[in-house]
Design a protein around this ligand. Structure first.
Ligand code: AKB
Length: 316
């Protein structure tokens, strides 16, 4: 049985990936870690350790103690937060990745680190952005993600570390809120729709961005990590796509189910600039061909599911 370590398990992806991986590999085989003490949640049915991912020795000690085979490094300051403090974003995002790569090399672990649509920039082709193309990100988050992709490939070629990654679109989920991302509006809109029937959107009405529903995102992590390495031409990092929409389109989808729902705009200039610098939609042909990626959720099904879960959570 595989022994897995999740670094940054308290965040939006980690809180659900922990449960998902424990369901597949066994609760005792998935060690969740976070800077904050999440024993009450992530420590309920499996091991949890407080870990600062910037502390390389502490990370190595957990990997050695639990005899870890695969690390999922999810630590990151997201795009909008990163612009408030670029030095801190570089320190945290690259520090956690660097430590994960080194520990993976020393202890012969596989390593998954998400990249993002944010690794692309305004000079990348906008529509159906290809797997291999111009990448000149203009945010510190994107610079970290693109550098991380290069480092992942370097550790694979130079040291044989089994590094793998996907470029995540904005992830929409109903368990843990994202924080500090440009795509966060696409989660917040559902909560506000249920809570008060209206939403003020910080992203312009007509800007397309790629999005993915959490169940597809979780499945992508496992399917890529379980893929036959002989079939992988790419590694760091695969475009994956599922749905692409604008604020106007998601608003219309909500109005179909809640005719009284209203949305206005208070555009955040930082989020606007970031959103406009990213692709409208990605071409995920390589992921489909090399490891069989196929999304299962579209905007309509996801909207039904999000509303059902959030209404239940809020007793509405
Ligand atoms: C962000 O908006 O910063 C993230 C991402 C697309 O990587 N959700």
């Amino acid at each position: 049985m595989k022994k897995i370590l999740i670094v940054g398990a308290g965040g939006q992806i980690g809180s659900e990936l922990t449960v998902y991986l424990r369901g597949i590999y066994g609760a005792g085989n998935v060690v969740a870690t976070d800077m904050r003490d999440c024993t009450a949640t992530l420590g309920q049915d499996g091991p949890f350790e407080v870990l600062d991912a910037l502390n390389a020795e502490a990370l190595a000690s957990i990997v050695s103690r639990y005899q870890i085979d695969a690390i999922f490094n999810l630590v990151a300051l997201l795009s909008a937060t990163g612009e408030k403090n670029p030095q801190l974003a570089w320190k945290i995002n690259m520090g956690a990745l660097n430590n994960s790569l080194e520990v993976a090399r020393q202890y012969n672990c596989a390593l998954f680190t998400p990249s993002s649509i944010g690794a692309f920039g305004p000079t990348s082709p906008k529509d159906k952005t290809p797997q291999d193309t111009v990448m000149q990100p203009t945010t510190i988050y994107g610079v970290c993600k693109y550098t991380g992709e290069m480092l992942g490939n370097y550790y694979h070629q130079r040291f044989g570390v089994d590094t793998r990654s996907v470029r995540f679109p904005g992830i929409i989920s109903n368990v843990t809120l994202p924080g500090g991302g440009t795509t966060d509006y696409a989660v917040e809109i559902y909560y506000e729709a249920v809570k008060q029937g209206r939403f003020t959107c910080p992203v312009p009405a007509d800007v397309y961005m790629d999005m993915i529903y959490m169940p597809d995102a979780l499945r992508a992590c496992v399917e890529l990590m379980e893929a036959d390495p002989a079939k992988l031409i790419h590694r760091n990092s695969f475009n994956i796509a599922s749905m692409s929409f604008t604020p106007e389109i998601i608003c219309a989808e909500l109005k179909k189910r809640m005719p009284d729902f209203t949305m206005d705009y208070d555009v955040d200039p930082v989020k606007k600039a970031i959103a406009e610098s990213w692709p409208n939609s990605l071409d995920d042909t390589c992921a489909r061909e090399e490891w069989g990626w196929k999304p299962e959720w579209d905007l309509s099904r996801m909207t039904d599911d999000m509303l059902e879960h959030i209404r239940r959570k809020m007793n509405k």
